[in-house]
Design a protein around this ligand. Structure first.
Ligand code: ADP
Length: 716
């Protein structure tokens, strides 16, 4: 399947270009934003961790403070002297300066000996944080408990315990009871950045203090995941969901001394708020930028498109061959195209006008032609039928156009005509005009048949060939030709018969005049004798004229079949016939090599007799020199008879071949003026030409041709 070529508009291309240019900048901005977010997040984590550490330090310091006070108290002599009443009051003193809630002294069995929360002497319960007691007894080191419910106060609290030594043996555990509210206050007192959720957890992961919603969450445990992480490392970071169901990034710092920890949760929303703000700003800006830029591109595209569209209507007008004026459209390139279009249009319009003129001229020529001009399409149907054709075929243009031309050919000849058309087409050479004329039989629309001469000129119209027929009605010409032939023949017959019939009475007159002169000369006076001589001369001339006329008429009226003739023999005969004249004048006649030709021997004798005879005759006193020669030209022999005689003026070169045309009087040169006319007839009868080259006093060269019909054409 062919893939359709995508068509784009200038406007959309421009809009795309702008969008594509902006896109990298927008992507870059997004990348930078993300990078900035990562950086901010790392900073926030670092900062939050520092806060957690600081808070942890404060808590440790509180416990260490309690521990220090207890250590001092444990060295009290009242304790060693087991004066517990005094010890209680000492403890009360300590408490006054301390944040702890109460101080408890517990013996190794877990029995509370004093508890500042109760008046001295009141029965006290057993301690319930036995695990811590054991740790203190065993290790002999201070200890901070997890959050637990105290047996006296019956509420959550934390014990900071120090061992009481008797010698090197730990005998008691001295405990300062710290209420979680103290730590809560500390936590609240520490100003964590807004939105941070900070908690203090004990070793077991129980929440001891929380800067938000403390009441709800104190005593609850942080997630197992966090507890596990805190067991593994002192500081860390993990993503989780807070107790309130808020996704948070959790940062923690654990105390190496107590195992307690401070956990700070940063709501992810806080973290990403900036990012979202920047991102939405970016998206907004990008959208604004894109729409305004694309809009601008669209607008600019419109400014380009409008002039281009204007050119479109200009181009369409040019299509109608009009010269158009293109207004300035405000874009340099478009204006350049506009100017080019305007130029092209005026040239085109001029060419169009010239074309219309030439077409009108051609139509005028075609219509005024006296020959019928018919143009056919490829199927042989008529597409053009000129006025002469209308007259010739007796068929109106409307009836003729679109119909096959062979309707004007007699039905029996149509197949032949079609074949002839075809061969004409194959053999024709349009570049040479391809015209060749043929005589054919055509038919008028009333069925009358008549002879036409058809020529088939080949006309190239663009790359296609136009079949043209030019027809000439030759009916009249054929009729005239036939009449002429007939009259020519009659004339020849007449001349022949007349001259032949004239000879007998002429001969009689001649005979009578001779008898008169011979027998009655004595009885006649000189005047009569002179008249008789003149009559006798006239009769001789008339006889000569009759002979010449007869021979002239004979050339065509008594044609003989052509035979092979040795021209040399013909020349020899002529020399013999002219023997006396040659001898009398002392003429020199030279004869070159003579060929063999196909012709009428008698006529050829007559031809050469006239030419050589004239050469000897027209010499005016000088010794005649006559040269007879022959040479081969293309497909014919050229014979020349050259003399050194009086020559002929160029004006008379054609005239001398006409009947009775003479350039001299009988007194100057006797003759009838028929000789050269006979020569021309003989030569033409043999299919050749005759002409003379001469100038007065420079001799004459009479040349004639005889076609060379021999198969082998070699030089004589
Ligand atoms: P004619 O019987 O007078 O010779 P032609 O027909 O033979 O008749 O010649 C016609 C005329 O041509 C002649 O009268 C002569 O003036 C001229 N003519 C013919 N042959 C020659 C020639 N060889 N030299 C000069 N003039 C010639």
């Amino acid at each position: 399947m062919l893939k359709a070529k995508r068509v784009t508009s200038i406007r959309s291309s421009l809009a795309w270009l702008v969008a594509v240019c902006l896109l990298p900048a927008i992507v870059m901005a997004a990348v930078l934003l993300t990078y900035d977010y990562q950086r901010q997040r790392a900073e926030l984590v670092r900062d939050t961790l520092a806060h957690a550490r600081a808070m942890m330090y404060l808590v440790d310091r509180e416990f260490a403070g309690a521990e220090m006070s207890l250590r001092t108290l444990s060295t009290s002599p009242s304790l060693a002297g087991r004066d517990f009443a005094a010890f209680q009051s000492q403890s009360m003193d300590v408490l006054r300066k301390h944040y702890a809630n109460n101080i408890v002294l517990i013996d190794a069995t877990g029995q509370q000996l004093i508890n500042t929360a109760r008046p001295y002497g009141q029965a006290l319960p057993k301690a319930n944080n036995m695990a811590q007691l054991e740790r203190v007894l065993k290790s002999g080191r201070p200890d901070v408990s997890d959050l637990f419910i105290g047996p006296v106060l019956k509420r959550p609290l934390i014990n900071v315990a120090v061992p009481v030594y008797s010698g090197s043996v730990v005998t008691h555990s001295l405990v300062a009871v710290v209420l979680p509210e103290h730590l809560q206050k500390m936590l609240e007192g520490y100003r964590f950045p807004e939105e941070r959720i900070a908690i203090i957890v004990d070793r077991s992961g129980a929440i001891v203090a929380r800067n938000r919603d403390a009441e709800r969450h104190i005593g609850e445990r942080v997630s197992a995941q966090l507890t596990q992480r805190m067991g593994e490392t002192e500081e860390g970071l993990l993503e989780s969901v807070s107790r309130d169901g808020i996704p948070v990034l959790t940062v923690f710092a654990r105390s190496a001394a107590t195992g307690w920890g401070v956990v700070v949760g940063i709501p992810i929303a806080v973290l990403t708020a900036d990012l979202w703000r920047s991102l939405s700003l970016l998206v907004g800006l990008a959208a604004l930028l894109l729409t305004s830029s694309v809009g601008l591109a669209w607008f600019m595209g419109g400014r380009v498109v409008r002039p281009v569209r204007a050119l479109r209507s200009v181009a369409l007008e040019i299509g109608y061959g009009k010269a158009v004026a293109v207004p300035e459209l405000g874009i340099r390139e478009v204006d350049e195209v506009g100017r080019a279009l305007a130029q092209a249009s005026s040239r085109l319009a001029a060419a169009n006008e010239a074309l219309i003129d030439s077409e009108a001229r051609m139509r005028g020529i075609v219509e005024s032609a006296t020959d019928a001009i018919v143009i056919l399409d490829d199927s042989g149907n008529i597409v053009l039928f000129n006025f002469a054709a209308v007259t010739m075929f007796g068929c109106s243009r409307e009836q003729a156009i679109g119909t096959p031309f062979n309707r004007f050919i007699p039905e029996r000849l149509r197949a032949d005509f079609a074949a002839q058309l075809l061969t004409q087409r194959e053999e024709s050479h349009p570049e040479q005009g391809g015209a060749s004329a043929e005589v054919a039989l055509a038919m008028r629309s009333n069925g009358e048949e008549f002879q036409v001469e058809i020529s088939f000129p080949q006309v190239l119209a663009g790359t296609s060939e136009v079949r043209t027929l030019i027809l000439r009605d030759i009916t009249a010409r054929v009729r005239i030709q036939k009449a002429l032939e007939r009259s020519n023949l009659d004339l020849q017959q007449f001349a022949f018969v007349a001259s032949h019939d004239l000879k007998t009475p002429l001969r009689s007159i001649g005979g009578f005049v001779q008898i008169l002169e011979r027998n009655h000369a004595a009885s006649l006076d000189d005047k009569a004798l002179a008249l008789i001589r003149r009559t006798s001369d006239a009769v001789r001339r008339l006889e000569q004229l009759t002979d010449d006329l007869l021979s002239y008429a004979r050339v065509s009226s008594h044609p003989k079949p052509f035979i092979l003739v040795q021209v040399r023999e013909v020349v020899n005969d002529v020399m013999q016939l002219l023997g006396a004249a040659i001898d009398d004048s002392g003429s020199v006649v030279t004869v070159g090599d003579m060929p063999e030709v196909l012709g009428d021997r008698t006529q050829l004798v007559q031809l050469l007799l006239n030419l050589i005879g004239n050469g000897i005759k027209y010499c005016q006193g000088r010794t005649p020199v006559v040269r007879v020669s022959a040479h081969r030209a293309e497909r014919e022999w050229v014979f020349c008879v050259a003399d050194n005689g009086i020559g002929i003026d160029a004006r008379h070169h054609e005239k001398v071949f006409e009947v009775f045309k003479r350039l001299h009087t009988q007194q100057e040169y006797p003759g009838t003026g028929i000789g050269l006319a006979v020569c021309r007839r003989v030569v033409e009868h043999h299919g050749g030409r005759i002409w003379v080259e001469s100038a007065p006093d420079e001799g004459s060269t009479f040349s004639f041709t005889i076609p060379d019909t021999s198969a082998e054409s070699s030089s004589p």
